[in-house]
Design a protein around this ligand. Sequence first.
Ligand SMILES: [Zn+2]
Length: 321
Amino acid sequence: MTNTPRSCSQCLGKLKAKMIFEKFSHDVNYGHAKCGKCGITFDSNVNEMAETVVESAEDLKNLDETEYRELFVETSQIADDDGDIYTDFKWDDNDGVKAGVAEHVIRAIDARHKDGIKRFADVGCGSGFMSCEIAKKYPGATVHAIDPSPLVQRLAGVQGVEPHQGTLQTAGLEADSVEALSIIGNWMLHMDPMDTLKEAHRVLQPGGTLILDFKNVKSATRVLAGWALRMGLDRFGGRGLLHRNFVNMRYGFTKKYVLRSLDEQGFKAIEVESKPPRLLEFSNKSHYQKGVKGLIWRSLDGFDAIRKEQAWIQIVAEKKA
Ligand SMILES: [Zn+2]
């Protein structure tokens, strides 16, 4: 088994990190830990991962699914053959979900770029569903759709979209070349999230817009799930759900930590928004929203909304000149 990092790799705190649980149930040899100093959580193999360097997109071409998951935590197949996304949530209206995810980002672009944009980067675009929405919204713009998944190859030929299989670091964008850049739904999975911020800062124009979201470890559901795992309650069931929805992230961040990191990397935060878990969002109903289960989710989310500590935090930031 992988050793718990002696201290948090991010804040280099002196305190020993505490394990939330020793080992994920599936065929990996790491668990999830929490830093007593800065309050973030992380997979216990982050030190090993930080040493892994993906130098070029070529390195990702021939990975099998196990190797892919080791590097990027999530599956390489977030969309099915029809292009439907996150199908395990069993949405009634998949197109509504895609438009809903894109809506948060388009709203942020519109607010800051009144004359539209010419060049955009969608980092961790998955199947590229949001890249396509943004290309439609801003005709004439070039949208760089970047993801390590082979799914991005499906985007070849889409009007306004330039697919890059790989990471932001391997995509080869020029310095000061994009007006806006989004990292939606994947930043906490990156091998080195701070290195991603550095690269985002390099490719954005001065005054350019970063739209970033992350899983918030302070949301009530994630706190409760963490305690359930520490007490071993997952023995009695729900393990898959606890892992999938609450700790399936290389890093679990807090608002305070991310705001400080953005400042250190040369960004000025403009807007901080608390967002519900995706399974509760959007106009259509997922099967998680039905019955008693739905009532519990919504109550916890309502409590989190008052505290402004919902499952996801989205931050809009500006590259300082
Ligand atoms: Zn720490």
